[in-house]
Every structure is written in C-alpha cells, then in structure tokens.
Design a protein around this ligand. Structure first.
Ligand code: PLP
Length: 425
C-alpha cells in the first residue's frame, strides 16, 4: 500500500475531524503526520482501516488490549452485562471479583480503589500520599510517564506548557535508574517529599528498572518518611505479581490500568491498608474520591475476564514470543543498516533508531527520530501497525505466523527507509 494514495477515507475523515477537533485527533500520542489512520475494525491481532487496508496490530491500543481486539470471551461478558445495566450508583459483586483478583496479584496491596484511567489512579495515589504524609513534593524519573496530569510531567519541556511554576517546583526529576541522583535529591528535599513515583520499566524506550535503584528508592522513602508508588499501569502484564515482584521491591501504593479493564477505560490504586483507609468515606477527614464511572459494571465484567485469561503461563508465553520478536526485528533493521537496539522487557518492545548504542536512561531515547517516523509510515505501507515512536507489544492472540509476518513486514519497511535515506527524494 502507499499511505497517501490508499488511505483516502482516513484523509477525508481527518479533514472532517479537523473541523471538530484540534488537528483532528483527541489523544496527543496517537497523532502523526500526514494524518493518522481511521481504524474501522479490530479482531484478534488484526485491524482494518476505513479503506479496508489490513494491519497486524503490534500496538494493541498502547498495551491495554492484552488479548487483542474483540476477544470472544470479553465480547460475551460485555454482551451479557449490557442488558443488565451499564452504570450503578452503588457497589457491585463484579467490583469484588476484580478487586480480589488484583489483590491476589499485587502482594504489597491490602486494599484497592477503581478509577476510569491510569492518569486518575496516579492522581489519587499522589493525593492520598500527600494526605498521609502531610507533605506535597514528589520525586519521579525524567521521562517517566504517569498520564496526562500536569503534576507528573513526563519531562520538563514544551509538552508541559501551561503548568504553573509553583506546580513544577513540587516535582523533582531524577534520571531513571540513577541511585546517585536519587540519593542527592532525597538528601536535599527528603523531609518535604510525600512520594517517590516510578515505573518499574520506563515506558518511553522500554528500559527495565534496576533492582538496585528500586532498593534505594525503598530505603530512602523509609528513611525520610515518604511513600513509594510503583506505577504498574502497563507492567502488571509482565509478571503474575507485577514487575515489582521481579525487581523485589514492595511499594506502599501501586497504580494500575490498561489490562485490568479488558479494553475498557479503567484505572486503580492499590496499597497498604493504613494508607488506603484514608479513602474510606466513613472516616473523619477522608480523601474524597468520586467518579461517575468508577468501577462501572461494563469495565468490571471485561476486566474480570481479561485478568482470568492472562494466566501465569500465558504471561511467560507472550514474554517468550516478545523475546523472539525482538531478536527478529533487530535483525531485520540491522540487515538494512538501521542500527540501534531493540529493547525488550517481558512483552514490551521498543525500536530505537539513531539512538545511543546502549539505552540506559531517558536521555538515550530519541523519540523524535526522523528515521523512526519514516519506518512507522513504511511499516503501515507494509501492513504492520506499531507506535510512531517505535513502541510495540505482544498480545496473547499474536500467533507465531503473524509474528513472523510482522518481522517480514518490518524488514521490507526498513529496506524502503534505507533506500530513502541513501537517496532522498
Ligand atoms: C505507566 C503509565 N501510567 C499511567 C498512564 C496513564 O494511563 P491512562 O492513559 O489510562 O490515563 C499510562 C498510560 O500510558 C502509563 O503508561
């Protein structure tokens, strides 16, 4: 396919959307030039755009669709729930089912609350940490993504436009995995820090956490009386007990999202009983946490099935598929002179082009790589769908055949990019 010629319906829709929404999109990360594809349908590991072009989906809505699109058991759960009601102003049995499954897996947590997104989960975690400690400042990793809330900016830069200085002053950034930087900031600000919040695998670049860094975070949080929040919105899928179990760290609070909603909007904050009890509305001075759709039965019905389908052996299996996929993709890129590692953590992958030879921290990740943008479009032309920034992931429904076809597609795409780079049009 040729993107500009064969996606006329996507282009027309983009023009229509631009009259209703800035740049014709409603989610910063999904926009890319010349215009994003309009997706019409998804089934399993395949998506079709509005023109009927077909793609192997290696993005899975940025990891939320761990069982691919329209999984029959999730569709059945939603179809059964819809006629029974889609939102109630009261708790339900389904909430108990999902909460219990989460607590079985997150061993550091005693209690959980549901939200409608990972961003909200982080917001509530930080709020309750502030209430618990009586402090306001937080420490996070530069490049750590915790949603679109201004108080946890991914990095300080153009994307944090509009954030007041007094909010920026509350946030201390450290390079991911740098024990020295963490020690330095805690030595200086420790008594003011309410929470340290980190992803166990840095999503931007897929950089695995260093157990020594997380041990230091735990130790320093304890020494200064701050809480440690581990953001497992993405990484719960990487290990049965979450990636915190792989790193050997026990946080006070864990934030969750994506897969626990079975593809529907969701988030959760889970943690130590004495901290979480602050949300209890029957307690004086509680932390108010409302949300019209919190724990809604559609999300809970899909989430219960999603969690049950992602068994421990399935976690291991897709991690193995990802390891093989990563090796295949690396070879496909290198064969065409596109160097840069493919980082893999469990079922998460990131293609790095024009980046540092070793990806250790966010400063090594080049999210604006022109070659990556070209590879992304060439990948679409060849029938494979991954993020413009080079992130991808493996779902439980990506079979070996599709994984091999994806590698072949990336090989063809890389050859085209190599040609363009050598002989620019
Ligand atoms: C680690 C992490 N935390 C939080 C979020 C925010 O979740 P949501 O997009 O559901 O608001 C994301 C989203 O990608 C994430 O990757």
């Amino acid at each position: 396919m040729n993107y500009r010629i064969d996606t006329t319906r996507s282009r027309a829709l983009s023009e229509r959307l631009k009259r209703a929404m800035p740049a014709g999109d409603t989610r910063s990360v999904t926009y890319h030039p010349p215009y994003p594809l309009a997706i019409a349908r998804g089934e399993g590991a395949t998506i079709w755009d509005a023109d009927g072009n077909r793609f192997i989906d290696l993005l899975n809505n940025y990891t939320s669709l761990v069982h691919g699109h329209a999984h029959p058991e999730i569709v059945a759960a939603l179809t059964a729930q819809a006629p029974l009601g889609t939102a109630f102003p009261a708790p339900s049995e389904l909430q108990a089912e999902v909460a219990e499954r989460i607590l079985e897996r997150i061993q550091s947590a005693d209690l959980v609350r549901f939200t409608n997104s990972g961003s909200e989960a982080v917001l509530q975690a930080v709020r309750v940490a502030r209430a618990h400690t009586g402090r306001v400042e937080i420490v996070k990793a530069d490049g750590g993504y915790h949603g679109s809330w201004e108080q946890v900016p991914m990095t300080f830069g153009p994307a944090s436009t509009g954030t007041p200085d007094f909010v920026r002053d509350l946030v201390h950034m450290v390079p991911y995995n740098s024990v020295d930087a963490l020690e330095a900031v805690m030595a200086e600000r420790g008594e003011q820090i309410a929470a340290l919040i980190f992803e166990p695998v840095l999503g931007e670049g897929v950089i695995a956490g260093d157990p020594a860094f997380f041990a230091a975070a735990r130790r320093l949080a304890d020494r200064y009386g701050a809480l440690l929040i581990i953001d497992e919105v993405v990484t719960l899928r990487l290990a049965w007990h979450g990636y915190q179990s792989v790193l050997g760290v026990r946080p006070d609070l864990t934030t969750l999202g994506k897969i626990i909603g079975g593809g529907l909007p969701v988030g959760a904050v889970a943690g130590r009983a004495d901290v979480m009890e602050r949300f209890a509305p029957n307690r004086a001075g509680f932390v108010s946490h409302s949300g019209t759709f919190n724990g809604n039965p559609m999300t809970m019905a899909a989430g219960r099935v999603s969690l049950d389908l992602l068994t421990a052996p399935e976690v291991d299996r897709i991690n193995d598929v990802a390891a093989r996929l990563g090796a295949g993709l690396h070879e496909a890129l290198e064969e065409n002179g596109l160097t840069g590692p493919v980082t893999v953590a469990g079922s998460l992958l990131h293609l790095h082009l024009q980046a540092a030879p070793e990806i250790r921290t966010f400063a090594d990740v080049n999210l604006e790589s022109e070659h990556l943008a070209r590879l992304h479009l060439a990948g679409l032309d060849e029938g494979v769908y991954f993020a413009p920034r080079g992130t991808l992931n493996v779902s439980t429904v990506l079979d070996e055949e599709s994984a091999a076809a994806a590698v072949a597609a990336v090989r063809r795409a890389a050859a085209r990019v190599a040609e363009e780079v050598v002989q620019p049009a």
